[in-house]
Design a binder for this molecule. Structure first.
Ligand SMILES: Cc1ncc(COP(=O)(O)O)c(C=O)c1O
Length: 363
């Protein structure tokens, strides 16, 4: 099976990492985009308080968790009209994305559309199900093809591009007219800087009708819970019910203490705001510094990354930055269109970001 999957991209960065780690002031790792800030005490406390639970968790999650998710989506993103039964917790959105085509029963006669520059797991999930993958950013690129599933990702990993309401409406209408399921990966939705990201479930996009729509949410970045594995999918109640029906057999239930931690995280906006402000500060330090080093920065109006280019092959940029002790991801990890870009993550401590900014400005 692994032979049918691409080479695991991060394994190929070992040489650049060794080079960057040899810097006298140490490595600044801006490659994977893993959160570095400690989990908020109120979330840790909720996890610990649920630590004695010994029974199996329900696949659907607790009613309290689903209520909290519905309320947080309304408060934070203006999503209305979502029933609790239209929410399903998942052990991280990567796991959902890797198995969604399989859980939906897609196979060799199905096509899955992913963005031209995309988080690699969309492609992996389609391959695990044996489905075809089509890279496209516009509906006209699809021609007469009717896919079974379309992924959107706004704000985008890796480009930070935000899709506007008009664009989202057009895709929703097109997909609905053809009975195509639209899965919108919204794990960076709360991180808008120069643009305001909008959910596919927002009434301005879908007119309050969630038919054929799934929004995928993760607490990994918004609450720094990447290590807990915590996310959920929400949207079309029929599709969510189908996923639940399959998952009752297949497992992948969210552990009870993690569910309790998710409730605490979803009920509290203060720590989420604080985390957002940290990333905003790091972006403000890094953006001028990367530009001063001769990089152009495209899109990057939202999300956790700067999509940067010096007009050279990405391997050259990775090497140049590694020479300054800074490790970034080559753009071609995300699709052939990224061959001349690198992705610079905002996920390092303030001290490491300041070190990177200083090295970049000093030439
Ligand atoms: C676009 C996108 N979707 C999903 C994920 C997975 O997040 P998690 O599995 O931690 O919820 C990531 C992680 O970086 C991502 O960039």
């Amino acid at each position: 099976m692994s032979a049918s999957l691409p080479e695991f991209p991060w394994d190929t960065l070992a040489d650049a990492k060794a080079q960057a780690a040899a810097h006298p002031d140490g490595l600044v790792d801006l490659s994977v985009g893993t959160p570095v800030d400690p989990v908020a005490p109120l979330i840790r406390d909720a996890l610990a308080a649920a630590g004695s639970a010994s029974g199996y968790p329900a696949t659907a999650g607790t009613a309290r968790l689903r209520e909290s998710a519905v309320a947080a989506l309304d408060r934070r993103f203006g999503i209305t009209g979502l029933a609790e039964a239209a929410v399903l917790p998942v052990i991280g959105s990567k796991e959902l994305i890797a198995w969604l085509p399989t859980l939906l029963g897609l196979g060799s006669t199905d096509a899955v559309v992913v963005p031209e520059l995309a988080y690699p797991t969309y492609d992996v999930g389609a391959r695990l199900a044996g489905a075809q993958v089509v890279r496209a950013d516009s509906l006209t690129q699809l021609g007469p093809l009717t896919p079974s599933l379309i992924y959107l990702n706004s704000p985008s990993n890796p480009t930070g591009r935000v899709l506007g309401v008009d664009h989202l409406r057009k895709v929703v209408t097109w997909a609905r007219d053809r009975g195509v399921l639209l899965a919108s990966d919204e794990c960076y939705l709360g991180l808008g800087w120069d643009a305001e990201p909008v959910s596919v479930l927002h009434p301005a996009v879908c007119d309050g009708d969630h038919t054929g729509l799934l929004a995928i949410h993760s607490l990994s970045k918004s609450s720094s819970l990447a290590g807990y594995r915590a996310g959920f999918v929400a949207g079309d109640p029929t599709v969510v019910a189908e996923l639940l029906a399959v998952r009752k057999h297949a497992g992948m239930m969210v552990p009870t203490p993690v569910q309790a931690a998710m409730v605490a995280a979803l009920d509290d906006d203060a720590h989420e705001r604080q985390q957002r402000e940290r990333y905003e500060r790091r972006r403000a330090a890094l953006l001028p510094a990367i530009r001063s080093a001769g990089f152009g920065v495209d899109h990057s109006e939202a999300g956790l990354y700067l999509w940067a280019t010096r007009g050279e092959p990405c391997a050259d940029s990775v090497r140049w930055l590694a020479g300054r002790g800074i490790l970034v991801a080559p753009g071609d990890f995300y699709g052939p269109g990224g061959a001349r870009h690198v992705r610079v993550a905002l996920t390092a401590s303030d001290e490491r970001i300041a070190a990177a900014a200083q090295r970049l400005t000093q030439g």
